[in-house]
Design a protein around this ligand. Structure first.
Ligand code: PDD
Length: 287
């Protein structure tokens, strides 16, 4: 079992020096990415992730040069060659390599890099999913196209570091007095039996995990959902709260800004959603 990299479909050593000086991803953050989980040697929700990748590329006006079947084959090859069965696959496509200038180059071929690493067996993440996480609220300092999964993640990076320094699992961002999302996750709260989450507009990333919860899991469990922005105070008064994401899965939130959410224990609706999500993974990747 070994982490591996890939450049334009060719397997490379994870530590290979493969980024050209003038790759626009490197110099401008001019590209998009996806992170897909591997369970039992199979990708979970690959189609959904690649569909979102294509959407990000269209929004950035980066030409699409790989078919879904090719991208699926790259994922499968990385799994096979690495021997990693529980992991994460990172994929990024940049506009390509050209002499540095802000406007798009006239002739440029998008450049794809990928990597696979083992994840998901860490005790810390398991403990968070089981016992719940503490989070902090921070200002949302990002741009206004957070719906694009672009390489520009400085706002997210600075937010997550603040969470780490506060001894918290995640920083959830506030824009104009409303909760948007976590630095690498979407946020949900439960009040009076209703599940609340920010609408999937330009201010958040429409998480694949979020979509499963909103469109499949909650309806099947008979839990009403409202996609409407809420304030930090409203969240602090919630009965339950949780985060969703590819690496996070469904993580209960038990404290916000050092104050317990409700009685500070993982809530029953969160547990049900968590179980249903794991069942979806099991069904697709049959562990
Ligand atoms: N992050 N919001 C943001 C800002 C994210 O970066 C992510 C995912 C999510 C959840 O999306 P999904 O359910 O599709 O994973 C929400 C990935 C995992 C990352 O950057 O590592």
């Amino acid at each position: 079992m070994r982490p591996l990299g890939m450049v334009n479909g060719e397997i490379v050593d994870i530590n290979a020096n493969v980024v050209p000086m003038e790759d626009r991803g490197h110099q401008f953050g001019d590209g998009a990415y996806e992170v897909t989980r591997v369970y039992n040697g199979r990708c979970f929700a690959l189609k959904e992730h690649m569909d979102r990748m294509y959407r990000s590329l269209r929004e950035l006006r980066i030409p699409i040069t790989y078919t879904f079947d090719e991208l699926a084959e790259f994922h499968e090859r990385l799994i096979k060659e690495s021997g990693i069965t529980e992991g994460g696959i990172y994929l990024q496509i940049t506009r390509g390599v050209a002499p540095r200038a802000h406007n798009f180059p006239d002739t440029v071929v998008p450049r794809l890099t990928m990597s696979i690493r083992p994840v998901g067996t860490g005790a810390a993440l398991t403990a968070v999913r089981e016992n719940g996480a503490k989070i902090i609220f921070v200002p949302d300092e990002r741009w206004l196209r957070c719906d694009i999964k672009s390489l520009n993640l400085l706002g997210n990076v600075l937010g997550k570091q603040k969470a780490k320094e506060a001894g918290c699992f995640e920083a959830v961002m506030i824009r104009d007095g409303f909760v948007t999302e976590g630095t690498s996750s979407n946020m949900f709260i439960v009040r009076d039996g209703v599940l609340w989450t920010h609408p999937a507009n330009n201010l958040i990333l429409k998480g694949v995990t979020r979509t499963f919860i909103v469109e499949k899991i909650a309806p099947e469990l008979g839990i009403p959902v409202i996609e409407k922005a809420f304030t930090p105070e409203f969240a602090k008064g919630a009965a339950e709260a949780f985060l969703s994401g590819t690496t996070t899965e469904v993580a209960p939130v038990i404290a916000i800004d050092d104050a317990p959410v409700s009685d500070g224990r993982v809530g029953p609706i969160t547990r049900k959603i968590q179980k249903a999500y794991i069942a979806m993974i099991d069904a697709e990747c049959s562990r």
